[in-house]
Design a binder for this molecule. Sequence first.
Ligand SMILES: *Cc1c(COP(=O)(O)O)cnc(C)c1O
Length: 401
Amino acid sequence: MKFLCVVHIMGTMDENTIYRETVIEVKLDRIAYNVEQIRAMVGKDVKIAAVVKANGYGHGAVGIAPTIMEHGGDLLCVATLSEAIELKRAYPQYPVLIMGLTADEYLPYVLQYGILQTVDSLRQAKVLNELAEQAGTTAGIHIKYDTGFHRIGFPDREESLREIEEISKMAGLRIEGIFSHLVLLDDESNLKQYRAFTDAIEKLRARGIELPCCHLADSIASVDYPEYRMDMIRAGAIIYGLKGFHKGTLDIRQALTFKTRINHITEIRAGEGVSYDFMWRAEKDTRIGTLPFGYADGFPRNLRGKALVTIRGKRVPIVGVLCMDQCMVDLGEVPEAELGDEVIIYGDGKEGTLDIQEVSQLAETNKNDIVSRLTARPPRIYTEDGKIVAVKTMLGETGRY
Ligand SMILES: *Cc1c(COP(=O)(O)O)cnc(C)c1O
């Protein structure tokens, strides 16, 4: 990808203005590295479907897609139609699969944009087939097969095989793949699901049905259970450098940094409180720093009393109730802190910062939850080797550098 070379001057009202000091930096070189590591892990015969749902797990799907596809990605996966359309408008050349179901009334858009659609019923296959025939085209589909997760998918029984056979004969549909999803309870339950899936595939093939791409493994499964990689893996978390696996190894690096600056400092006396309901009071005289981010940026509000951010290499506590757009830190242990100091909210674990793994533990949730809840409000700053190459604010793409 070529980037326009524009000198960025903070504060100017040109199309490259970031408008805000609370930003999410996405290191594209790390995304590229992770995809290359995944490619090295799976080899050249297994396809990599990069899962970029939920705005690319908060990183910005449109901002990261070219890096993924240029470094070894084969397919982009999303959950919903609007996520697919956003990607197709930006990159009509990249194949995009919607892994969820799309309501009948929106299927014309699937055809219009050439999106691959997951299908798990004969009823809906008929609807999509009819639309495709009317439009004089064909729709690429992946069949979802339920091997026990019980979310979506054809139920695992003989009747489903007959229905899938009927779908395979529809002139308006091309079956490009079939997939299932693991519960990841334990080795035994995984094997049971895998066997149910491969058994169904064998029976379908015996009926003469072509199934070019069979896939089962998500990030954890593709690292911990190489035997379940099949024709393609669906890699989400590991693309972003988030490690959930525990058996296998894969050298990946967290790509996201969430950061801001101190924009106000005030001195308070022992006994004085901070924020709504004075849920926190100073034990001794101290300085309070105000940070211009809040729960409306996607930071978990229930981290009150537990959240730490890093200023000048030191961890400082967020004190009092988090507000929607601002929060306060106790600067008592960092006397050298000044107005304008950089604050790392989510770092990569180096230089005292909390990485997403640590934040997710504090918030008693998983890493995907922490990143996917980041809202559109903080600008995404895309960097390569420390240099800004693109920016996306909530006003749209504000330029490539
Ligand atoms: C989200 C999702 C994935 C990716 O999950 P990770 O754990 O992030 O790798 C894979 N497959 C399906 C069906 C999904 O919904």
